[in-house]
Ligand binder design. Structure first.
Ligand code: ARG
Ligand code: ZN
Length: 878
């Protein structure tokens, strides 16, 4: 295990590298336990750096065999080798070639960083700091080199030999071995290096770029799974076309490859020309994948492909700038999905995700700015704040300067910084320049953590015919940031007239809006010529990642739910009414009273099931109540997860009673006809059908459970089958057990389907769930070394099951602490991820809070914690 380095890395201490590496020649001779890596590095002192600097290369878990400078062997005392570095105290003062030979053991690599084995194949993961586990290197993103990689391996076991760039040579290497040489002409940081070798199947296609170049496309999967690679292939082509049409960006190598591997710490990785994917984000067929899988694959293929320009051609100067590539690329993939599918539905589901994970992170001890200023372990900063809030910041930028200036700014960024490793300031400067806007206040979005709270009060003056909005913003303290400055908050709004139309916005005699920038702590906006009291529609399309408090009444909200021209706010209005009701319900239950009901909520939700509603995907979003996590965040402190679950169940049961007929009618009307298609419209119909089913079965109502069981048995596609099982799993019935048993029988040999089966059981809000999770861990289907299994069983339990993880007796916390302790010894990165389940522990009611704290303290007291887990534990407890 890596020794813990308690010294943090600080943005303020950034210094350019003392040396640069212009070219890398890697020679990798594959062997399961002793892969020999010879790295020839063309090094020169950085002209910007100090004279006489020592050369200190990063390294980890490496076995140094030999070292030469310009062909002359180095002696041991010319070198200082530690577990994490190799230093040349007196390197040449001009350019030189350093040749290092190291041995690495891919089979022993359970961290899945660097070179490791996945189901017999060799693969690599280098972001953020994995390349140093392959050879000694300046493993930092601002050192850009041209790579040539020769891979040699046994032809029988590794017929496929892949690396970045274009293939330049292949041939026999004697002794049953063969080799391939790859050359990547585009200078890149080491984190974008990749190598894959194995016996894999491939699906091939081609794409002709906007300038007429033909690019070979290849998707590599395990043999026998080729028929599950077509959706990924189609998604590559769609992504390439979209980036040409939307941003004018063309692909830049002769070949683009995607490899699906079954052991992978994250979702996917954008290595230049050779994207490596978790197989769950590649493989899909109607028999094995749900609508959600199809949508995820399309989005993640796009995300990694889009990194080719936002991340690879222009990369990050240092890891503090991670959002430069991630926030921007998430924004780009969100836009892609919006264009491919439904824009409002995509926006709603992104905002649901942002609130449930990022707002939760921002409100707890792990809160950090989109661009952190300090880190102990960079792996712990691949967070919803960097990714999803980072994307919101880009979206606000576009909202504030307008789409034309945004595109012009992007063009300037690509033009000016192609081939460079950049900072957020350089990126933002491009938009300041093209738009003429002063962006200095806007930059606070990168440096100030926490979710701003915006309070809006309104007043109509019938005599003056004015409508006044008073907006106050406040950002709560977060770790290390007690006091906050005012942010630039784009408020997109409309004043809605009786008939649903927007009245013209006039401020100070001039036309205003529809976006008003709130830049001060208090802003008053007085709209003129307002004939009747309008209903304000605030933060349309979720124009800023803030929490809104307002004096909107339930009447106003129900009006907006019907009449607002903004589809996001029609949805938001229903959510807000439901959320207010649920919060009141929780308070009532905790005081021993029955929750009171808002009959008009049932009416609003009932409209989703009206036969006249043609946008089913959108209707399904209207029908989906706020989650238990949403309610917990709204309550904010002294949270009792059981009371929240009860209040929500109570509401669902009451909706079932009130809407029994329309729900049953919708369920029948939406029954599957004809062959399965994963397209957005068909997926929307299934989503609405399942929303109806979920309500029909609320409270374990027999007829609903029977319907779910019937759908489970007769399902003609995986979405219906999994979703029916999901509904059944919520209620302790015989049908539930029978269906779970049947699912295991049918799909027990397919790991990705077992993951769904694990996840469904681990998420059930039933008292025996933890026991089940523990016995499933003992089953041969579980594998602690496989991150997908760990996430679908333990991750789903810890992060997706509020009542059972937060059991009042603390067993859930103790269980997670035990698993994290065990996993930390083999895969610290995944172990640290699981601990994210504690991100909201401080908002729990006192008893649970004490128990959660003592589980964290037990971890903190362990003698040997990884940097990854140690960092999360210390911050969570701070
Ligand atoms: N860059 C990858 C992406 O596209 C993710 C890499 C995650 N790396 C990590 N160390 N967690 O999002
Ligand atoms: Zn990314």
């Amino acid at each position: 295990m890596r020794a813990e380095d308690p010294r943090p890395v600080r943005l303020a201490e950034y210094r350019p590298s003392d040396f640069l590496i212009d070219a890398v020649h890697l020679d990798v001779s594959l062997d399961p336990e002793a892969t020999r890596v010879t790295a020839r590095l063309a090094i020169r002192p950085n002209p910007l750096g100090p004279e006489n600097a020592a050369l200190k290369l990063d390294g980890e878990d490496l076995n140094l065999v030999s070292a030469e400078i310009d062909g002359a062997p180095l002696r041991v005392d010319d070198l200082d080798v530690t577990p994490s570095s190799l230093t040349l105290p007196n390197p040449p003062r001009g350019p030189f070639e350093l040749t290092l030979t190291t041995l690495v053991d891919p089979s022993a690599n359970t961290r899945l960083m660097g070179l490791y084995r996945s189901n017999g194949a060799y693969c690599t993961q280098c972001e953020a700091e994995g390349f140093r586990r392959i050879t000694y290197f300046l493993d930092r993103p601002d050192v850009l080199a041209v790579y040539t990689t020769r891979i040699e391996g046994p032809e029988a076991e590794t017929p496929i030999l892949l690396s970045n760039g274009n293939l330049v040579e292949t041939g026999p290497a004697g002794d049953g071995r063969h080799f391939a040489v790859w050359h990547d002409p585009h200078p890149k940081p080491s984190y974008l290096f990749a190598l894959v070798a194995g016996d894999l199947g491939v699906v091939e296609d081609a794409f002709v770029t906007m300038s007429g170049r033909r690019v070979a496309l290849k998707v590599f999967v395990e043999h026998g799974k080729e028929d599950r690679a077509h959706h990924a292939m189609e998604s590559i082509k769609a992504s390439m076309r979209w980036d040409e049409e939307t941003f004018g960006r063309e692909y830049d190598l002769d070949v683009f490859m995607v490899v699906a591997v079954s052991y992978f710490n994250m979702g996917a990785m954008e290595n230049k020309g050779l994207n490596v994917f978790n197989d769950k984000y590649v493989l899909a067929s109607p028999e094995t994948a749900t609508d959600g899988d199809y949508a995820n694959i399309e989005a993640i293929i796009a995300h990694e492909y889009f990194h080719n320009w936002t991340g690879n051609r222009i990369t990050c100067r240092d890891w503090f700038q991670l959002c430069l590539k991630e926030g921007l690329t998430v924004f780009r993939d969100q836009e892609f999905t919006s264009d491919m599918r439904s824009r409002p539905v995509k926006r709603i589901s992104d905002v649901r995700g942002l609130r449930s994970v990022q707002f939760a992170e921002d409100a707890g001890p792990l809160a950090h700015p989109v661009r952190p200023q300090i880190y102990h372990e960079i792996n712990n900063f691949y967070t919803p704040t960097v990714y999803e809030k980072g994307a919101e910041v880009i979206r606000m930028l576009k909202t504030l300067i307008g789409p034309e200036a945004f595109r012009a700014g992007m063009d300037l960024y690509f033009d000016r910084h192609d081939g460079q490793a950049c900072t957020i300031e350089q990126f933002i400067a491009c938009f300041a320049e093209v738009s003429g806007h002063d962006m200095s206040q806007f930059l606070r979005w990168y440096d100030q953590a926490g979710t701003p709270e915006v309070d809006i009060r309104t007043a109509y003056d019938p005599d003056r015919k004015t409508f006044t909005i008073d907006a106050t913003q406040k950002t709560p303290p977060t770790p290390g940031q007690q006091f906050k400055q005012a942010m630039v908050i784009p408020l997109a709004l409309g004043l809605v007239d009786e008939d649903g139309s927007d009245i013209p916005l006039v401020v100070g005699g001039a036309h205003a809006g529809p976006v008003i920038a709130l830049t001060a702590e208090n802003t008053r906006i007085v709209f003129e010529n307002v004939e009747r009291r309008p209903v304000p529609s605030l933060f349309r399309n979720f124009s800023a990642p803030v929490k809104l408090r307002s004096d909107q009444t339930v009447e106003d909200l129900l009006f907006l739910a019907r009449k607002d021209s903004d589809p996001f706010n029609r949805w938001q209005a229903v959510q807000t009414v439901a959320l207010r009701g649920l919060v009141a319900g929780v308070a009532a239950l905790r005081e021993g009273r029955e929750p009171t009901e808002e009959p008009r909520l049932a009416e609003a939700i009932g409209r989703a099931f009206d036969p006249a509603e043609t946008d089913c995907a959108y209707a399904a979003q209207i029908a989906a109540l706020p989650s238990e996590g949403d309610v917990a965040r709204e309550i904010g402190e002294d949270v009792d997860p059981d009371a929240i679950h009860s209040a929500r169940s109570y509401l669902k049961a009451s909706l079932r009673q009130r809407l029994a007929e329309p729900l049953a009618a919708a369920f029948d009307r939406l029954a599957e006809r004809g062959p399965y298609s994963p397209d957005a419209a068909a997926a929307g119909r299934r989503a609405l059908k399942i929303a109806a089913l979920d309500l029909l079965a609320a409270g374990g109502e027999r007829s609903g459970v029977e319907r779910a069981f019937d759908l489970y048995k007769t399902a003609s596609n995986m979405t219906d089958r999994v979703m029916a099982l999901q509904v059944l799993s919520l209620h302790a019935t015989a049908e539930r057990e029978e269906a779970l048993e049947d699912f295991a029988q049918r799909y027990g040999t397919d790991p990705l389907l077992i993951d769904k089966w694990f996840l469904i059981q681990a998420s059930a809000p039933l008292p025996d769930t933890l026991d089940r999770v523990q016995s499933l861990m003992a089953s041969p289907l579980f594998d602690m070394k496989n991150p997908n299994r760990v996430r679908s069983l333990i991750g789903a339990f810890a992060s997706g099951n509020p009542t059972q993880f937060n059991k009042a007796d603390g067993r859930g916390y103790g269980f997670l602490a035990d698993v994290v302790t065990e996993l930390d010894a083999t895969n610290p990165q995944v172990a640290a991820r699981l601990l994210g389940a504690f991100r909201t522990w401080r908002s729990l009611e006192p008893q649970r809070r004490r128990l959660a704290e003592s589980a964290l303290q037990r971890l903190a007291a362990l003698p040997r914690l990884s940097a990854d887990v140690g960092d999360i534990v210390r911050r969570a407890l701070a």
